[in-house]
Design a protein around this ligand. Structure first.
Ligand code: 5GP
Length: 304
């Protein structure tokens, strides 16, 4: 973006900087693919949604070459098989070529399937923080925005943290079966997961992480028997109390109510498929993601 008065002269500095920026963006996509932080399907679908974005501008050869086990010779022969020219960019593929890439991805890893993952656990254990870490570091795992009847806390944005709705709106959403699950939490406000956005993400091939309460987790177990239920546990009860008091966002009454709920919630741990102890946020988040990757590969099937 040149700020000089003469528009006929391109600013070589700005163009150069934009090119460096674009190269960095593509390099980040390749690194994330190679590290398994982003899935090949997620990157391809993104490229086709935004052909001019970093994913779209990535060469197909670089995309394939970033995947595990894909050396240069395999990339060349695969591209010939898929009838894709070596110079093609991912975003520039035609409809048929896209279908061939999708088909190849299905064949390479036929057992991989998107999963619904529930992250539940007692109040103040850090579910929200762990879920946020997953959102920031593992964008291939989708999360839905719940609807709630509680008022926003300072800094919370409607449509980002929650969809803040009235009681009447929530009633209507329940009546119209818009929720995959919903519950009254801490005997106070109602919270619900929208069915349509979760289903859309699963249909696109992405796993979805739901950060919800125990009642919601039980409903998901009923309606999605192959969902994976993860229990986020505190290192100890004393630590849980410390975290709840330390947060300072609740009144004394509210704290007492939440601690009562927490006791009941802690007792539900055996109902879950696995427990992740939240001592360190990044470590707990990575453990959650590992459970998701294992579930996607269905390596646990037959074991339960
Ligand atoms: P907060 O009011 O602190 O944001 O959330 C209170 C509790 O509601 C948390 O335990 C959170 O996991 C739960 N919650 C948030 N969204 C949903 C939802 O969509 N469904 C259910 N069942 N619980 C939710």
């Amino acid at each position: 973006m040149s700020s000089t008065g003469d528009r006929s002269l391109p600013d070589p500095g700005a163009a150069g900087r934009a090119a460096v920026e674009a190269r960095r963006g593509r390099a980040a996509v390749k690194r994330a693919l190679a590290a398994g932080q982003r899935g090949p399907r997620d990157v391809a679908e993104r490229a086709w949604q935004e052909p001019e974005g970093p994913e779209g501008r990535l060469r197909v050869s670089e995309y394939l070459g970033s995947l595990r086990g894909m050396g240069p010779a395999r990339v060349t022969s695969l591209m010939a098989k898929l009838s894709i020219a070596q110079s093609k960019r991912l975003g520039g593929l035609g409809g048929l070529q896209r279908e061939r890439v999708r088909g190849w991805l299905d064949d390479v890893d036929p057992s991989r399937r998107p999963r619904l993952i529930v992250l539940a656990g007692p109040t103040a254990v850090g579910k929200g923080t762990v879920a946020q870490y997953v959102r920031e570091h593992f964008p291939q795992i989708r999360q839905s925005v719940s609807a709630t009847t509680r008022s926003p806390r300072p800094g919370e944005i409607d449509g980002v943290h929650y969809a803040f709705v009235s009681d009447a709106d929530f009633d209507r959403m329940v009546d119209e079966r818009e929720f995959l699950e919903w519950a009254t939490v801490h005997n106070r406000s109602r919270y619900g997961t929208p069915r349509s956005s979760v289903q859309a993400a699963l249909d696109e091939g992405s796993s979805v992480l739901l950060e919800i309460d125990l009642q919601g987790a039980r409903q998901v177990r009923e309606s999605f028997p192959d969902a994976v239920l993860l229990f986020l546990a505190p290192p100890s009860w004393d630590e849980l109390v410390r975290r709840l008091v330390g947060r300072g966002t609740e009144t004394e009454d509210e704290r007492t109510r939440r601690l009562e709920t927490a006791k009941v919630e802690l007792a539900s741990q055996p109902e879950f498929d696995a427990t992740v102890v939240n001592t360190d946020i990044a470590e707990a988040a990575r453990e959650v993601v590992e459970h998701i990757l294992v579930a996607e590969g269905d390596m646990t099937s037959g074991a339960s």
